[in-house]
Design a protein around this ligand. Structure first.
Ligand code: GLU
Length: 496
């Protein structure tokens, strides 16, 4: 078989839906698994949807996710949009001459025709069809204009589109790798517009010409394109080209089993990135929405995905996006991640939430790194760190609830309080090790142990009943703050 060549062909709309990330990923994985090439092509023929900077955003999202293309549009070292490969240009708006050449072939062979119908006429036809309960479609008004009529209209400058001339009552068949054999009758299809009034091709025309010229062997894309595929297949036939293998991926669904849409919150790669999900976590999770590995494995590095992925195991039905599972997977990567990296990612959230001033970020970096080291076990994504750091700030102690207050009324608390102050004053630089030693020696000397010792100390030092490992917390707080807090507790929270 010839070399596998797949493509991801986004329309740059300004944000990358999580479903697009998965489409890109499956294309990439399939190429890697088959030793083929993965191409990125920009489909920007809908000029009315042009969004400034959208291509850059999309490419940055791909780069962040680690989904690198071998050919096509990519960012260069300086972050500028560039194109690499022998089948370019890879941006459709730069390929207009190519589409002109190919549409001419279809026109010459009578497989496409000029249509001069005005919008008003088309609207009228559609309304009438709707009234009669028919499916609205083009009525073929311009299908059989004579050469002379067409020539005259063109010369007089009448605006036109070019449509595909579908044969009547003709069955178009194709096999989808996920859904199997699919058939459509041309009687149910419209004479698709191939070239628009602005001279740009429609998606349907450009996609076929480009996939053919770029030697694409497998078209892996979202299932919303299934109903367009017969038109594409017919175009391949009309040109006498071999069609690629079609692989339509089921949608990613929300918990109500509807297509995951922007209105329900986080659906863009950018949304997850902004919350501090790690690319490894998001990619690992997204790979599993709609594809099931042979073994019962859930954690996959990109390398492992490259080795395990197969189209045969892509499911026919839509996968539900499960934030809890995403969090569980991301938490795994958080635990593994380097403290330095996580601290860099965490700093902007700490500044945003007012825990660290922007001007102090350098001097507070090591302090943050210590918090990160303790807390990364407890959080699913970086932003969540701000929900847990308040215990590390301030010299006062705020009790989190009445249970804490009641705990501080227990008989042993004054002794524990006094002992902690004394022993902490005797330590040199407080760290987790001698912090632990302080607690142990109190246990030994005063016979205060277990919950009485640990929870009591924790409440007096942090105001909370539960939290990260206490000696580690003591190290992050440092001797001075620990003593100040205990003094505060003595003056304000303990019975005199
Ligand atoms: N430009 C289309 C999109 O954004 C690509 C569809 C396809 O892959 O053929 O979804």
């Amino acid at each position: 078989m010839s070399e596998v060549r797949v493509r991801f062909a986004p329309s740059p709309t300004g944000f990358v839906h999580i479903g697009s990330l998965r489409t890109a990923l499956y294309n990439y994985l399939f190429a890697k698994k088959s030793g083929g090439k993965y191409i990125l092509r920009v489909e920007d023929t809908d000029q009315s949807r042009f969004v400034e900077g959208a291509i850059e955003n999309m490419l940055q999202a791909m780069e962040w996710a680690g989904i690198k293309n071998d050919e096509g549009v990519m960012l260069d070292k300086d972050g500028k949009v560039s194109q690499i490969g022998e089948n370019g240009p890879y941006i459709q708006s730069e390929r207009l001459d190519i589409y002109k050449e190919y549409i001419q072939k279809l026109l010459d062979e009578g497989k496409a025709y000029y249509c001069f119908c005005t919008k008003e006429r088309l609207d009228k036809v559609r309304d009438e069809q709707k009234e009669k309960g028919e499916t609205p479609r083009y009525d073929g008004h311009c299908r059989n204009l004579s050469k002379e009529e067409v020539q005259a209209k063109l010369e007089s400058g009448e605006p036109y589109v070019i449509r595909l001339k579908l044969p009547e009552n003709y069955v178009i068949k194709f096999t989808d790798a996920v859904r199997g054999e699919t058939e459509f009758n041309t009687n149910d299809l419209d004479d698709q517009v191939l070239i628009k009034t602005d001279g740009f091709p429609t998606y349907h025309f450009a996609v076929v010409v480009d996939d053919h010229l770029m030697n694409i062997t497998h078209v892996i894309r979202g299932e919303e394109w299934v109903s367009s595929t017969p038109k594409h297949v017919y175009l391949y036939e009309a040109f006498g080209w071999e069609a690629p293998v079609f692989v339509h991926l089921p949608n990613i669904l929300n918990s109500e089993k509807k297509k995951l849409s922007k209105r329900q919150g986080d659906v863009a790669v950018e949304d997850f990135r902004k919350k501090g999900y790690l690319p490894e976590g998001l990619v690992n999770y997204v790979a599993l929405v709609g594809w099931s590995p042979e073994e019962n494995q859930e954690i996959f590095s990109m390398k492992e995905l490259e080795e395990s992925f197969s189209i045969e195991r892509v499911s026919k039905s839509g996968g539900v996006f499960d934030t809890e599972k995403l969090n569980w997977i991301n938490a795994h990567y958080m635990k593994e991640a380097d403290d330095e990296l996580l601290s860099k990612l965490a700093m902007p959230y700490m500044i945003e939430e007012g825990f660290i001033k922007e001007s102090e970020q350098d001097e507070k970096f090591d302090f943050l790194k210590k918090m990160v080291a303790i807390l990364k076990e407890k959080i699913s994504y970086v932003k969540e760190i701000t929900d847990h750091v308040s215990i590390f700030f301030g010299e006062d102690v705020k009790l989190e609830n009445d249970d804490c207050r009641e705990f501080l009324e227990l008989e042993h608390i004054p002794t524990l309080h006094q002992a902690l102050i004394e022993k902490l004053e005797q330590t040199e630089d407080l760290n987790a090790e001698n912090g632990q030693a302080v607690l142990k020696s109190i246990q030994k000397e005063y016979k205060i142990k277990g919950k009485n010792l640990y929870m009591g100390s924790r409440i007096m030092l942090t105001g909370q009943m539960h939290g990260p490992d206490l000696p580690l917390v003591m190290e992050v707080l440092g001797k001075e703050i620990c003593i100040k807090r205990l003094q505060f507790v003595g003056e304000n929270l303990l019975k005199k």
